[in-house]
Design a binder for this molecule. Structure first.
Ligand code: 5AD
Ligand code: SF4
Length: 477
């Protein structure tokens, strides 16, 4: 009999990929994904450690699961904690939540079948030392041990994985930004060989993926072994290779580091029509002093030059970014420089955070921590500006025709929701038979977080250019 599996994913796109692959690993054991944890036989929380708030969520969710497990007849619910909190605080989780059966890190989930078998043998009676902990960094990468078959019915961010897929090509980070836990939770940088990536992309495309997002903590540091072993390929070349897969219409990549935007990758934005004109390029701060304290390895001027080169290569490219306010030592004048940079560059979308000191990172030990009140004030000012820019960007789409990948049903009867080349959600009325198609949509309204449109032409379109009217101009003059 099929067993019910619930996976809740926090954090970044890497975790989305890992969750999908966990489902693949567990499918041969009879586990099928269900929506919520209520009646599940196994629940996995795939966690994020990047900020304190993200990590705290795990313990509150575990409290809820404890009740569900106790209420389930026979108490047969395997509770597992995966991801970066598991990696960083595995033993602590088992101590604080002894009803947790399995704790495993991002590099060991290919061993889930053994862990599940051991958990079943151990039974569901809580007891000290009963929980299984596997947070190794194995010498052989997990990718070599993951199954080729893809689990059925999987959704990633509300969209069938069989339509818009994430594919991890690189993991880990050697850059050691002083605020960041990633080098500690995900380990050293590793790039998958080109052949392995291409083979997986082909499987995803054969399963129906039309859009693929290449992911990595530092995805543009990618340097995978070339096919037939001759040297290495960078990300630009990899994208060129993947564009040859006919069934794939759209390629994206995230998250990039400004220091690794090399010539070949910038050229790919000019040359590869399938590469979408939208790039997440975190800058973190607009102050050289702060960037240096963060050990980012670039100046504001360097970032501006990268943006200029990208825009020269692909004039319709839109940018998204991450910002941290209140990093130790950040003064009002530094923060004002961040606002200036935002005004000058113009972002279609962005994430901004108050600095959160993370145990084990250098930033947490810096003397001049910024009081929370100042962080809150700066965050509000920055978010107001970014929201304004996002609204202007969405408004600029009104009256244009865009290629929209129809991804899932909307809330209203007859409504479908799709994705624009710029990752905007587009709501429109369309027959269900068009789910999975790329259609031309005329944009009729731009809202804070989404667009509304109408079908410009009913027929599905196999074309790859992002907009029917050529390109989308920048919303920012
Ligand atoms: N505090 C606040 N934000 C952080 N980020 C990473 N580490 C921290 C931290 N300690 C943000 C960065 C990064 C994004 C994923 O999360 O902006 O780009
Ligand atoms: Fe969070 Fe970083 Fe882990 Fe992704 S890699 S889940 S952002 S801590």
């Amino acid at each position: 009999m099929a067993k019910k599996l619930s996976i809740k994913t926090y954090g970044c796109q890497m975790n989305l990929y890992d969750s999908a692959r966990m489902a693949d690993v567990l499918a041969p054991l009879g586990y099928r994904l269900v929506d919520g944890p209520e009646d599940a036989d196994m629940v996995i929380l795939n966690t994020c450690h990047i900020r304190e708030k993200a990590a705290e969520k795990v313990f509150s969710e575990l409290g809820r699961l404890k009740g569900l497990k106790a209420a389930k007849s026979g108490g047969d619910m395997i509770i597992a904690v995966a991801g970066c909190v598991a990696q960083a605080e595995g033993a602590e989780i088992l101590r604080r939540a002894p009803f947790v059966d399995i704790v495993f890190g991002p590099q060991t989930y290919h061993r889930l079948p053994e862990m599940v078998a051991r958990a079943v043998r151990a039974g569901s009676e809580p007891g000290p030392g009963r929980g299984i902990l596997d947070t190794d960094f194995p010498v052989e990468p997990k990718f070599d041990h993951l199954p080729e078959e893809l689990a059925a019915g999987l959704e990633v961010q509300g969209t069938s994985r069989h339509l818009s897929a994430v594919l991890t090509v690189q993991e880990g980070c050697d850059k050691f930004c002083t605020f960041c836990v990633v080098p500690y939770t995900r380990g050293a940088e590793y790039s998958r060989p080109v052949d392995a990536v291409v083979a997986e992309a082909r499987r995803l495309a054969a399963a129906g993926a039309r859009e693929i997002t290449l992911v990595g903590q530092n995805v543009n540091a990618y340097h995978g072994e070339a096919p037939s072993g001759g040297g290495e390929w960078g990300l630009g070349r990899l994208i060129g290779g993947l564009a040859k897969i006919d069934e794939l219409d759209r390629i994206r990549y995230t998250t990039s580091h400004p220091r690794d935007m090399d010539d070949a990758l910038i050229a790919a934005h000019r040359e590869v029509a399938k590469l979408m004109p939208f790039l997440h390029l975190p800058v973190q701060s607009g102050s050289d002093r702060v960037l240096q304290a963060m050990n980012r390895g670039y100046s504001v001027g360097d970032y501006r030059r990268v943006v200029d080169r990208l825009r020269a290569a692909r004039p319709d490219i839109a940018l998204s970014s991450d910002f941290i306010v209140g990093f130790p030592g950040e003064r009002d004048a530094d923060f004002k420089e961040t606002l200036t940079l935002v005004r000058e560059v113009g972002f279609a979308q962005a994430y901004s955070f108050k600095y959160s000191p993370r145990p084990g990172t250098p930033g947490a030990t810096f003397d001049d921590q910024v009081p929370d009140a100042a962080k809150a004030e700066r965050l509000a000012a920055l978010q107001a500006l970014l929201d304004e820019q996002q609204a202007a960007f969405n408004q600029a789409a009104v009256g244009r025709t865009m290629a929209v990948l129809l991804a899932h049903r909307g809330r209203r009867p007859g409504q479908l929701v799709g994705r624009s080349p710029y990752m905007q959600s587009v709501h429109l009325m369309a027959p269900e038979s068009l789910l999975g198609a790329i259609v031309e949509a005329r944009i009729t309204a731009g809202r804070a977080n989404s667009l509304a449109g109408t079908l410009a032409r009913g027929a599905a379109r196999a074309a790859t250019s992002p907009a029917a009217d050529g390109t989308m101009e920048r919303a920012f003059a």
